[in-house]
Design a protein around this ligand. Structure first.
Ligand code: FAD
Length: 600
């Protein structure tokens, strides 16, 4: 009798232990469609009703190209294939991302590859009102579901395409409103000068158009399809930044939905910790869902510009002398005036067809000023290289901001940004004055790319980013490296199709480029929006000394991790196991794409 009792007791203890194990696992991992706790069809239906019918269950973006898919349709497939490299098409799709490596190549338009929805969010809230976002955050939190936020899908680290998740699509939250001056809510003060309230899904093109119509300039990104939701999260650098500061330095107020579902305002007198953190600390899926930003804008000024290219012979060493010289002179001459620029190309392949392009923008100067400072640099390059590599282009002067941002021809977006629709891998760093005057600069530049990689230099820092002329509150969380940087060097790799061997090989090569770039300024850091997704020291490199404070703010406002994104604040707590997010403490340290914790 006693033995039967002991046997039953042991059995019941085992069952209890298993139950405890299961509940521990379930609590510490987000539920996925495979979990028994995933909401039932009727719960999703009720949720959809709460949203007034705005819940989507999207098919994979290229499903019509796959004969085995019920949506197969040759005409639809042609339409999609024709647009596959177009950034706006991916922005307009509820789940698609520009770079297919971040959705695990789940569904390419090429029928020879498998098509599934595995790498994409499962359900999408097509949000147009604050309450849609609030309901989505509440649903994800209470049902313990992974939450994704997508605006345009441009993120270079794949942060807006999380698998097995409920996604909030902010693309249609794009209302714009102009203010002659602005009174931050609850502060009892008025900030003089023009400002724009913009829904977080607003894209650069519409902001520039809206601003140009009102004769104001917006500190925004070079791509006209990027939205402010993600752009402002890590700082946002701009053609105008060397003169006027980072995009996020212009932010006056943020309206957001917090992890607990509250809709709040953050500005210099309300929720000041969030106001500080969400300007540069990566609000993208970290602290809340931004509904609206109020940003300071700048009365339009004349713009001097130069655009052209670096012309030389293939494999000539002189090409690198020219490129290095331009870097050094940028920090000494151009940047201090507030000039910005971009250099894009592969100097290893320099030739008539592969000349790296170079462009310069200098706001608010008299006609002729840019010639005076840049023509001597052009001459110096010709002298240094003995004429083997030259800088060739033309000067322009315009009092129309609209012309300068090229609104009518929509820059690279309509031609397709390099790699859009394919694989994209990038790495970048930030260099200060010392870096670009280093005798190692030329060799480091040469070690930062190979002939299958684009050098993508953004000369978008200067006096305005070092000492922002406009910034509200007590500073912000922009990576301090920006406050002394002059250039953001980057190496970008891109190719089409699915080739996992190449992916592995190029990822490893990227690490050598990363090490080379970093060697010139090991203590600075990189720009979290355009950085190496596999950077194991992202806490330091993306956030610098701000990380510790950001981590506390994240813990205070989102203690259970409703919001998550790769290489964001406190993301090291989570492990991604085939799309299921689990607390690292619950499952050990098997890590994919998640930042390793480092002490700072
Ligand atoms: C072609 C191209 C050109 C670029 N040029 C520049 C440039 O000149 N300057 C520059 O600084 N950067 C530039 N970038 C980088 C750009 O800032 C980032 O890719 C940014 O993440 C894009 O934001 P998004 O909202 O458009 O994209 P998404 O991929 O939709 O979102 C990016 C991140 O922000 C989050 N997010 C988006 N909206 C919200 C919201 N409302 N609330 C909370 N989180 C949100 C997403 O969850 C994700 O984590 C460029 C990128 C590309 C692809």
């Amino acid at each position: 009798m006693l033995s039967v009792f002991i046997c039953l007791l042991t059995l019941s203890l085992r069952i209890d232990a298993r139950a405890t194990e299961t509940s521990l696992e379930q609590k510490q991992c987000k539920y996925t469609p495979d979990s028994p706790e995933w909401p039932t069809a009727s719960e999703w239906a009720n949720f959809n009703e709460t949203l007034g019918g705005r819940l989507l269950r999207p098919s994979a973006p290229a499903a019509p190209c796959h004969p085995s898919n019920p949506l197969f349709d040759a005409q639809d497939c042609k339409y999609i294939t024709d647009r596959w490299t177009n950034s706006q098409w991916h922005s307009d799709n509820p789940t698609s991302s520009l770079w297919q490596n971040w959705n695990g190549y789940s569904c390419l338009p090429d029928a020879k590859f498998e098509c599934t929805t595995d790498g994409f969010p499962v359900f999408v809230v097509n949000a147009t009102k604050p309450e849609h976002v609030k309901h989505a955050v509440d649903f994800a939190r209470t049902k313990n579901i992974r939450l994704n936020i997508k605006s345009t899908g441009h993120d270079f680290l794949g942060r807006s395409v999380q698998p097995k998740s409920l996604s909030i699509w902010t693309h249609y939250m794009r209302d714009l409103e102009f203010h002659e001056d602005y009174s931050p809510r609850g502060c009892g003060l008025s900030i003089p000068g023009p400002a724009i309230s913009a829904g977080s899904g607003a894209q650069m093109r519409e902001l520039y158009r809206f601003g140009a119509d009102r004769k104001v300039m917006v500190v925004g990104g070079s791509s006209q399809t990027v939205s402010i939701g993600g752009y402002l999260s890590f700082g946002g650098h701009s053609t105008l930044s060397p003169a006027y500061g980072m995009g996020t330095d212009q932010v006056i107020e943020i309206e957001l939905v917090k992890a607990n579902g509250e809709i709040v305002i953050a500005n210099e007198c309300t929720n000041t910790d969030l106001f500080w953190a969400m300007r540069g600390g990566g609000e993208g899926s970290t602290f809340g869902v931004v509904l609206k930003f109020v940003i300071h804008v700048i009365p339009a000024v004349p713009i001097a510009s130069w655009s052209g290219s670096i012309v030389g012979n293939s494999s000539s060493d002189a090409n690198w002398d020219a490129v290095a010289h331009i870097h050094a002179r940028w920090a000494q001459v151009l940047s201090p005036l507030g000039a910005s620029g971009y250099m894009i190309g592969t100097p290893y392949l320099l030739g008539p067809k592969n000349a790296p392009s170079l462009s310069i923008t200098l706001p608010n100067v008299a006609n002729g000023t840019l010639q005076k400072v840049f023509q001597p640099i052009i001459n110096e390059v010709a002298n240094i290289t003995g004429g083997r590599t030259i800088v060739k282009g033309s000067f322009r002067y315009s009092d129309s901001w609209e012309k300068t941002v090229g609104l009518s021809n929509s820059s690279t977006d309509s031609r397709g940004f390099p790699g859009a629709g394919g694989t994209k891998l990038i790495t970048s760093w930030l260099w200060d004055a010392e870096s670009v005057s280093s005798p190692n600069l030329k060799q480091v530049l040469m070690n930062s790319i190979d002939n299958d990689t684009l050098l993508f230099q953004d000369f978008t820092a200067g006096p305005g980013t070092h000492n922002p002329p406009f910034m509200r509150g007590e500073g912000n969380a922009v990576n301090p490296a920006w406050r002394s940087a002059f250039v953001r060097p980057a190496a970008e790799m891109q190719w089409t199709g699915l080739n996992l061997e190449k992916l592995a090989e190029r990822k490893s090569t990227l690490q050598t480029f990363h090490t080379a770039m970093k060697s010139l300024a090991p203590n600075l850091g990189s720009y979290g929006n355009e950085a190496d997704a596999f950077d194991l020291q992202a806490e330091h490199n993306f956030f610098g000394i701000h990380y510790a404070r950001l981590s506390l703010i994240k813990e205070k406002h989102d203690p259970t991790g409703v919001f998550y994104c790769v290489n964001c604040v406190n993301s090291f707590k989570w492990v991604d196991r085939d799309g299921q997010l689990c607390l690292r403490s619950a499952v050990g340290t098997a890590v994919t794409n998640v930042t390793a914790p480092i002490s700072i």
